[in-house]
Design a protein around this ligand. Sequence first.
Ligand code: PEP
Length: 250
Amino acid sequence: MRKKIVAGNWKMNKTVSEAKHLAEAIKNDLAECREVDVVLCPPFIALKTVSEMIEGTHIDLGAQNMHWEKSGAYTGEISAEMLRALYCHYVILGHSERRAYFHETDEVVNKKTKAALAAHLRPIVCVGETLEQREHNETEHVVETQIRNSLAHIGPEQLVDTIIAYEPVWAIGTRHTATPDQAQKVHAFIRKILTQMADEHIAQTIRIQYGGSMKPSNAKDLLGQPDIDGGLIGGASLDPISFVEIVQAS
Ligand code: PEP
């Protein structure tokens, strides 16, 4: 049985003090949550504060991005080692907003994924098609290319520490959630690709989250699908009540 994992991607929202309040509200309900892996991904500036807030709880910390180099002249960037020093255990990589606005390619995502794994950070690697690609029946081709290239040259023992987030771009922040059936089909397809890339056992071990307008009202149906192992939550993770309800629906 794969343990479900629900991560809140706060994106570019919340000042440090707002982040502290949000983390505190979530902690009040989920500090002792052992049934589901809960991960909070605040902006970089709030990592330390949220890290301190959740110390001693079962809630984990994640970042929203990182650079692949260990250190050096990369103005504005943050390394995996820096994140580890703040007790980060996860990092979101290749989010569609980073791919669209910051031109991140699969090759860049691959370099970051390898660097994260080398630093013992669990990468949450995001893949997903645009509306146009879905309408042209390109979903499987797009997702397969992203998975194979973003996870290229990663051995099976490291693949198991990788989390994949299937996030159809047309569902992110749009209120157009994929139906449970649409999402399940792509998740099962991703698991088939992972079987080809590694083996059946590893493909059955890797967790695949769904992301795209998940909220309390649709979480149970999505998370009830056999290949949906959790959620990557954007908008609804900014409201502690909604986020906690999604975790409780897992
Ligand atoms: C996301 O950005 O990862 C996401 C899933 O956003 P939302 O839940 O707002 O669609």
